[in-house]
Design a protein around this ligand. Structure first.
Ligand code: GTR
Length: 328
């Protein structure tokens, strides 16, 4: 009798599964966080990856994007991603610096000679190693996205040399590397979440910040910090990560699909990025901002020695710096 009941139970389970279909039983919704608003290239790229996943699985895997800080500022969303409460997160490498030492290396000031150099490094073996280094910290690195070059802007005066930055209050991301970079240049670093910067610039709590063209424009920081000096100190890329806890719940086949979708979103992002750089630049220039594009970078580079010593302090990290510099 017991045996029969057991059999009956198994059979009814099969009937239920057949009626609901395998799709309903295994539907996977991946929540994705981004600090940027809808329409920003990073947001569109992750949505593109989501569309691919949905198409490939007949809607079984869905990405639900929460853009514009709906899930919090980057520091919080990173914690939540590690904890498994958010599945996908698109952040800059900088707020990961304190958690994953390897991420500080591509965020080091002036480490890349050009965007092409950065692409070659991050698209190759070194980039793959940095993505892999995230796993032991609870994140699966999926893809790097472009972030152009970060440069200084402020409401006080044009910056032509580090001397002009002396005593200036400059907002930085939640990264000791960025704090140390500002201090090495003589400025006062003020770590602050991205969403608070506009108000802080407007009210004079800070004098300036640093970012790429699209972020300078999309946040309207350009309206309250008129001087933009293209010193291009950081080419620190964006990264798409997945929670390791969420990753481990996926089948090996689904993990491959997620990796593939992320990889295919990279060229789409680059195209959107290049277009956005152009349109942001045009908007800022039309606003009459003072853009200094011929600054002598050497004095800025020279000031970075203590920063390299501190953040590439181990032999392994120093070797990574050399390998990046050696990429032609
Ligand atoms: C942007 C980047 C964001 C965030 C922001 C910031 O360029 O895309 O992820 O790092 O800068 O300065 O906080």
């Amino acid at each position: 009798m017991k045996h029969l009941k057991h059999l009956f139970g198994a059979a009814s389970m099969l009937i239920v599964a057949a009626l609901c279909g395998p799709l309903a039983a295994q539907e996977i919704v991946l929540k994705a966080a981004d600090t940027h608003a809808d329409g920003y290239p990073t947001v569109e790229a992750v949505e593109h990856a989501g569309k691919l996943l949905s198409d490939w699985t007949n809607g079984r895997i869905q990405v639900k994007m929460f853009a514009g800080r709906q899930l919090g500022e980057e520091k919080d969303t990173i914690e939540q991603t590690i904890a498994g409460a958010i599945e996908l997160n698109r952040v800059n490498l900088a707020p990961l610096n304190g958690i994953i030492p390897e991420t500080a290396i591509p965020a080091l000031p002036y480490i890349f000679r050009s965007i092409e150099h950065m692409h070659k490094v991050m698209d190759g073996e070194i980039g793959a190693e940095i993505l892999a280094s995230m796993e032991k910290h609870g994140l699966v690195g999926l893809a790097f996205y472009d972030s152009g070059a970060r440069s200084f802007y402020n409401s006080k005066r044009p910056i032509n040399s580090p001397a002009d930055m002396k005593g200036m209050k400059i907002r930085v991301q939640n990264s000791d590397l960025f704090v140390a970079t500002m201090e090495a240049l003589g400025a006062n670093a003020t770590p602050m979440e991205f969403g608070q910067v506009y108000e802080a610039l407007k009210t004079g709590v800070i004098d300036g910040a640093e970012n790429n063209w699209p972020s300078y424009e999309s946040t309207r920081h350009f309206e309250v910090a008129n001087h933009y000096t293209l010193d291009q100190h950081s080419l620190s890329p964006e990264v798409l990560v997945m929670s390791k806890i969420a990753w481990d719940k996926l089948s090996a086949t689904d993990q491959q699909l997620v990796r593939k979708a992320a990889a295919l979103s990279v060229p789409v992002m680059r195209e959107l990025w290049n277009a956005r750089v152009k349109s942001s630049k045009a908007k800022v220039i039309a606003n009459g901002n003072m853009v200094i594009d011929s600054v002598d970078k050497q004095p800025f580079i020279d000031a970075m020695k203590p920063v390299y010593e501190r953040f590439a302090g181990t032999d392994a990290l120093q070797a990574l710096v050399t390998r990046i510099q050696d990429v032609e």
